[in-house]
Design a protein around this ligand. Structure first.
Ligand code: DMJ
Length: 643
């Protein structure tokens, strides 16, 4: 036993002693003495035990050393030129000579153990002479040393990797003065959102624009991780808001710390933080973003320690303990959560040269490929312990959405070499079209939800992203159905525009129905809110890029004006509780995705196509652009060692 291992013992017991001392002051000295005595007694008993063990236990090393497989590391190498035979790091000599050497070696070890124990005993005696404060100070010093060591390990330099082709990270200024003016208006809205967050919510995850203070939700855990800063960085960058970008960078450099006892959503942290940091790194080339992304990714890895390798929904960043949402069917993980890691994790392997991230997401893919799918559809729930589906609910909106998106984007970001992902996407979309997509009586195409063998004729705001996805996946589709998918994208965009247009505020509700004479309208009160979501505008932007039909800019401008009119308050932007009410009430939350996605897609809609061209960039589900990796195969990392 070495002296430092005594310290925690002393540290743990002293407070108990103090409690006794304050209640019964006259017993203080007596308790201290008996405490020391007990400690010394334990120590000497332990030393006696060690001696006994050394002399009387059989020499297991003779039998076991060769089984360890680590002998080259554990046993010092001996020079074989001196007449011995080297066998796995162990030296075999003639019998008599060997016995003599063996006795000498035992004697040497015995002496060493004796000396070590005497030293430990002396150190322990010394420790016990010290005051409580001195002992605590020593404990603190030891702790600091360990933290420093861990930090050193964390800041190991990452390998140099060739940066992919970073085309179109600036500019995109439209020639048309009207479009330019609209673009400037959107930039001004970004500045308003950022400045208020800067003033009232700095370092918090989000902003309460009416209460003018920080805000957070359980997806970010209980610590201030500056979600809005990380989420907004790349939008600031492409808008040319460089001072703001630098402020954000400085905060991240000095304050963003992941060694916190906080339970976060693996999915949200991945799409907002890792995606945001990686995009900021690629755009600006600032190493700090890459380093932070890699540190954070390391903290998410324990979430994959489940019997199946399907990650938990939540993980504690400090302890690594994971669990699932209490509301999820039968303890399941969520398809849109564990299925939305691929893009970021492949980039992490590319940038670090460490295949661990890639292997995690490919393992998920392989497992999904092996599973039966009811009607070819992927249910939203999968139990990470049993590897079985939970309830047979399928959705292209909440709980399912970005899983499909990432199949397509895995293919695109691999420079279209990951054909396995493309096939999974094509198969899934065919099943979705067959079972979930319908036309309403009024001729609106909608995507419903499958619930236990029944189609619910309701579409979520979240589902509206699918219009853009169909358009993005049109090129390269099976049986050359590009025209069909572009048309499908246009129909979804139209339906989602109707869901905005049929409200009082011209902002879309959270969910809308196509049932009982109702078309694209929310029926339930708790589905009438708009929380600054981006999906409809995202679809307008993709449709604009692929068709240049001016109606998409027109629709985007309608949404911009409605947001500015009804969601803008002096302290930022807020969601509204009822889009059908002419006097809306605010929810008092400025979501981080408003800066990451909604304003970015609007800005791109009024920019030229050479800003972040889609041949070179793939946007993650939080609108963070990641470059296409022009590699022959996604398994290859940027590190030449893995080529
Ligand atoms: C964003 O965080 C992402 O787009 C995610 O995929 C789902 N929706 C929110 C915004 O609505």
């Amino acid at each position: 036993m070495s002296a430092p291992s005594l310290l925690p013992l002393a540290g743990r017991r002293l407070p108990a002693l103090n409690l006794g001392a304050s209640s019964f002051p006259h017993h203080r000295a007596t308790l201290r003495l008996s405490e020391k005595f007990i400690l010394l007694l334990i120590l000497s008993a332990f030393i006696t035990l060690c001696f006994g063990a050394f002399f009387f236990l059989p020499d297991s090393s003779k039998h076991k050393r060769f089984d360890l497989g680590l002998e080259d590391v554990l046993i010092p190498h001996v020079d074989t030129s001196k007449g011995g035979k080297h066998l796995g790091g162990f030296l075999i000599h003639g019998q008599g000579h060997d016995e003599h050497r063996h006795r000498e070696e035992e004697e040497r070890l015995r002496n060493k153990i004796r000396a070590d124990h005497e030293k430990a005993l002396e150190e322990a005696k010394e420790k016990l002479k010290k005051s409580r404060d001195e002992i605590q100070a020593e404990i603190q010093t030891e702790k600091n040393k360990v933290v420093q060591e861990l930090k050193k390990k964390d800041s190991k330099p990452l390998p140099l990797v060739p940066l992919p082709n970073l085309i179109g990270i600036n500019g995109g200024e439209p020639a048309d003065p009207d479009i330019r003016e609209k673009r400037n208006k959107i930039k001004e809205m970004m500045k308003h959102a950022w400045d208020n967050y800067r003033q009232y919510g700095w370092g918090h995850n989000e902003l309460k624009p009416i209460a003018r203070k920080g805000h957070s939700t359980n997806i970010f855990g209980n610590s201030q991780m500056g979600a809005t800063i990380v989420d907004a960085l790349d939008t600031l960058y492409i808008m040319g808001l460089h001072d703001e970008f630098r402020e954000g960078q400085e905060w991240i450099d000095k304050n963003l710390d992941f060694s916190v006892n906080s339970e976060v959503s693996v999915f949200e942290v991945n799409i907002r933080f890792i995606g945001g940091l990686l995009a900021a790194y690629y755009l600006s080339g600032q190493e700090v973003f890459k380093i932070k992304a890699v540190q954070l990714a390391g903290k998410l890895l324990p979430a994959f320690n489940t019997p199946t390798g399907i990650p938990w929904a939540m993980v504690n960043l400090k302890s690594g303990v994971g669990r699932n949402w209490g509301w999820a069917s039968a303890g399941s993980s969520i398809l849109a959560e564990f299925g939305t890691l691929h893009m970021e994790f492949v980039h992490l392997s590319y940038l670090t040269g460490d295949p661990v991230y890639y292997n995690k997401v490919m393992h998920i893919r392989k497992l999904l490929q092996k599973m039966d799918r009811p009607n070819g559809l992927y249910p939203n729930y999968l139990n990470p312990r049993t590897g079985r589906w939970g309830q047979h609910h399928t959705s292209v909106g909440g709980l399912g959405d970005s899983f499909y998106e990432y199949l397509l984007k895995a293919w695109l970001m691999s420079d279209k070499t990951d054909t396995e992902a493309r096939k999974m996407y094509d198969d899934a979309i065919e099943a979705i079209e067959k079972h979930l997509i319908r036309k309403s009586n009024g001729g609106l195409t909608f995507i419903g939800e499958w619930k236990n063998g029944h189609l619910e004729r309701k579409m979520g705001h979240l589902t509206c992203f699918a219009g853009g996805m169909f358009a993005l996946g049109a090129d390269g589709s099976r049986d050359d159905k590009a025209g069909h998918y572009l048309q499908l994208g246009a129909e979804i965009a139209h339906t989602c525009h109707e869901s905005y247009d049929r409200t009082t505020l011209k902002l879309g509700p959270e969910a809308f129905k196509f049932d009982g004479g109702v078309e694209a309208v929310a029926v339930r009160q708790n589905e009438k809110y708009y929380i600054l979501r981006p999906e409809v505008i995202e679809t307008y932007w993709y449709m604009w890029r692929f068709t240049h039909d001016p109606k998409y800019r027109q629709w985007g401008w309608e949404a911009t004006q409605a947001i500015d009119k009804y969601c803008r308050v002096s302290g930022g932007f807020s969601g509204v509780k009822d889009v059908y009410s002419s006097s809306p009430t605010y929810d008092d939350v400025q979501q981080s995705f408003f800066l990451a996605e909604t304003l970015k897609y609007l800005y791109l809609l009024f920019s030229n196509d050479d800003l972040l061209p889609l041949d070179n960039w793939v946007f993650n589900t939080e609108a963070h652009p990641l470059p296409v990796l022009h590699l022959a195969n996604t398994t290859l990392s940027g590190n030449p060692a893995y080529r």
